[in-house]
Write a protein that binds this ligand. Structure first.
Ligand code: ZN
Length: 208
């Protein structure tokens, strides 16, 4: 048996996850599929208020605004930690369905728009999809869970700290500090027309 401070873990999983008036993501969750939320557009919903997830198309990308786009996946309720998910029956299952459906829809759109291949020795013809999310109990950074799904290429496709290729990057020294170089990433808006077209396409692909 692992000895642990189970009291603290119980406190964490039993946290009140009811809608918070001051949380943007709680507010977004109330909109219907296809509707603008004030930030993005809701493209998919699954499950109920207690075990469900919703996904939005973000109006901005850190990649190429002509080809790239980011989708954000969130629970309806105000969960703040990944470890809370299994406490709600059906929530893990709904996450899996939502995540895989979004990845499929994203891949279909990329392949169709850029003629990408299922298996290729040409990096430019590949369909690279990555996901990123984090959670903490540090109250300064505790926020409504959200997971990003995006194309891992160009400046967004640089090795990340968890990749062994990050550890192999050339290191430089500034006084006593070591550092590695990375290309800067700037988020840009998608064109209005492309954003609306993409949202429509995603809603329709995710219906099936
Ligand atoms: Zn919230």
């Amino acid at each position: 048996m692992i000895k642990m401070n189970s009291n603290e873990f119980d406190k964490l999983v039993k946290e009140d996850t009811g809608l918070k008036g001051n949380c943007n993501l709680c507010k977004e969750s109330k909109h219907d599929v296809g509707k603008k939320t004030g930030y993005g557009v809701i493209i998919y919903k699954i499950g109920n208020a207690k075990n469900g997830w919703f996904a939005t198309l973000s109006p901005k990308t850190g990649g190429n605004p002509k080809h790239d786009f980011t989708i954000q996946l969130m629970p309806f309720s105000h969960l703040t930690h990944f470890s809370q998910i299994e406490n709600y029956p059906g929530m893990a299952e709904n996450y899996g369905i939502c995540f895989s459906k979004i990845c499929s829809a994203m891949t279909k759109i990329l392949m169709q728009n850029e003629d990408l291949k299922a298996d290729t020795s040409n990096k430019d013809l590949s369909a690279p999809i990555a996901t990123y999310g984090k959670s903490t109990t540090w109250n300064k950074k505790k926020e409504h869970l959200h997971i990003k799904i995006f194309q891992f290429r160009d400046n967004i496709g640089q090795p990340y700290t968890v990749d062994s290729s990050f550890g192999r990057k050339k290191t430089f020294k500034d006084k006593d500090e070591e550092f590695v170089k990375m290309n800067p990433v700037k988020k840009v808006m998608l064109g209005k027309k492309r954003f609306e077209q993409l949202a429509k396409e995603l809603v329709s692909l995710l219906k099936d």
